[in-house]
Ligand binder design. Structure first.
Ligand code: SAH
Length: 226
């Protein structure tokens, strides 16, 4: 057996999904408008199949969202990559995510930033995201079970904030917890078919600039029962 064949066999044994992940990056991400090499590299590295229910692993690298239980979904790979790119991340930055879900987006962000804080309102999802991230060695991610509308005041301010559930309007507490010079990206809209990706920039002198982006479809951001 020659060395190249042996190497591929060893790789496949270590990660049977490696070639599916490569195909996902090539066909769904790099071929569309995701050009940031660091984002592409992160999408190449993070084992998405570890973040989906075992019975759906064979679909983990397909071009659509998947159910993760409790009526929630892990976003389509392309959307994860696109939002990661829109955040313009870099070494040293601290990021807050609202809607940990499976923990996959947080794992991708953790490759692009210094520290990721992520909040999840469904307790069992928060727990399983925490376990998965720990098991896979994403030690710069902290998961909290709580209400994302309140943000994470103890750790604020954040350089970047990403919402992966859609509020009607971006919560004021989150804009407050954004650093001057920071960016927030969120799907915003009252009904599922009126959502769009919005970017909010807080300028160094504290002004808020808002830009509207592409239409998207996310699960709604919910409020806890009174
Ligand atoms: N980022 C996730 C997918 C998010 S799905 C991933 O990579 O898998 C949206 C998540 O937002 C769901 O898990 C939902 O329970 C959560 N969510 C909805 N409203 C919330 C709120 N107010 N605070 C925190 N999480 C919320």
């Amino acid at each position: 057996m020659n060395a190249v064949v042996l190497c591929c066999l060893l790789q496949a044994a270590a990660d049977p999904y490696a070639s599916a992940r490569e195909a996902m990056v090539r066909e769904q991400i790099a071929s569309r408008d995701v050009t940031d090499r660091v984002v592409i590299q992160a999408m190449r590295q993070v084992p998405r199949h570890e973040f989906v229910p075992p019975e759906l692993r064979d679909q983990a690298y397909a071009d659509h969202p998947l159910p993760i239980g409790h009526g929630q979904t892990i976003s389509q790979p392309y959307i994860v990559a696109l939002m990661s790119q829109m955040l313009k991340l870099g070494p040293g930055l601290r990021v807050l995510e609202i809607g940990a879900g499976s923990g996959y987006q947080a794992a991708v962000l953790s490759r692009l930033a210094a520290k990721v804080y992520t909040i999840e309102i469904v307790a069992p999802l928060a727990e399983s995201a925490r376990q998965t991230l720990k098991r896979l060695g994403y030690h710069n991610v902290e998961v909290r079970h709580g209400n994302g509308y309140l943000g994470w005041p103890e750790q604020a301010p954040f350089d970047r904030i990403l919402l992966t559930a859609a509020p009607r309007e971006v919560p004021a507490a989150l804009i407050e917890q954004l650093k001057p010079g920071g960016l927030l990206v969120a799907p915003v809209g009252g009904t599922p078919f009126s959502q769009e990706l919005v970017t909010i920039e807080k300028t160094l002198d504290g002004k808020i600039r808002r830009r509207r982006g592409i239409p998207v479809l996310f699960v709604p951001m919910v409020s806890p029962p009174e």
